[in-house]
Design a protein around this ligand. Structure first.
Ligand SMILES: NC(=O)c1ccc[n+]([C@@H]2O[C@H](COP(=O)([O-])OP(=O)(O)OC[C@H]3O[C@@H](n4cnc5c(N)ncnc54)[C@H](OP(=O)(O)O)[C@@H]3O)[C@@H](O)[C@H]2O)c1
Length: 247
């Protein structure tokens, strides 16, 4: 495996399972120091011990990305451990299925606090360190659900569209500081959650030209590409990784 991220330090939110865990492992495999965060310390401990078994050095820090205080602590712990921050992957997300006409103020605030405000606050807090990095990069994980889907996941879709907008604004504002900011838009991914809804999985496979779900590692590979020097002139872009489902 190419050690193209050697000596870089990455924060991955929601790194305790699913796409975030796969991304943390992929970044560490390429040589990065990785700090994962999430709310469940059990999930973080499990991910950390699985990484250790695989010979990877991944550090964890409990953090609810809807809490500005937690985010400040996450950044502080990362900088204390590794001396800086080069890569931020905003992966943690809150999904709710309430139809739009029934959405409450609390659901709205919670969805946007996790899916939009959290990524912005983490990027803000990491900014002084990213400015000092020679390979600074932020990747925000959106979803192909912004381009498809019916009447469910209304707020989730709106928040993921907002995250695409935030990505472009960050790319424009911070490009002069050498910070690249991009989005990844996954299609349906074969995470533990997918197993809970087998009918949805079959429908997703039928609708996808490649005829299968993505493996979490395939989304992680796209993220690793975007944060690497191979993508040194790519910023403000959205990389769709969906097996063709949104064509
Ligand atoms: N899976 C898919 O098919 C799919 C498709 C398109 C896009 N995506 C996007 O890809 C990303 C990862 O998806 P996934 O399926 O891997 O998700 P997942 O398995 O549900 O994992 C979500 C992760 O985010 C963490 N998290 C949730 N709320 C958080 C909060 N407030 N603060 C900190 N961490 C929080 C969770 O940990 P705790 O619960 O311990 O906090 C968990 O580690 C999300 O942005 C999702 O929208 C997924």
């Amino acid at each position: 495996m190419e050690q193209d991220l050697d000596a870089r330090t990455a924060i991955v939110t929601g790194g305790g399972r699913g796409i975030g865990q796969a991304t943390a492992e992929a970044l560490a495999t390429r040589g990065a120091n990785v700090v994962i965060c999430g709310r469940s310390t059990d999930a973080l401990d499990k991910a950390q011990s699985e990484a250790r078994d695989a010979g990877l050095n991944i550090v964890s820090q409990p953090c609810d990305v809807s809490s500005p205080e937690d985010i400040a602590e996450l950044v502080g712990v990362t900088v204390e451990a590794f001396g800086g921050i080069d890569i931020v992957v905003n992966n943690a997300a809150f999904i709710q299925m309430t139809p739009l006409d029934q959405v409450s103020v609390e659901e709205f605030d919670q969805t946007f606090a996790v899916n939009v405000r959290g990524p912005m606050l983490l990027a803000q807090a990491a900014l002084p360190h990213l400015k000092r990095s020679a390979g600074a990069s932020i990747v925000n994980i959106s979803s192909v659900a912004v381009a498809m889907g019916g009447q469910t996941m209304a707020l989730y879709r709106a928040s993921k569209l907002a995250l695409l907008g935030l990505t472009k604004v960050m790319a424009k504002e911070w490009g002069a500081d050498g910070i690249r900011v991009n989005s990844v838009m996954p299609g349906k991914v074969d995470t533990a959650d997918a197993a809970i809804e087998p009918e949805m999985v079959e429908l997703a496979k039928l609708a996808t030209p490649l005829g299968r779900l993505a493996e979490p590692g395939e989304i992680a590979d796209a993220i690793c590409y975007l944060v690497s020097d191979h993508a040194s002139y790519i910023t403000g872009a959205t990389l769709t990784v969906d097996g063709g489902v949104s064509f």
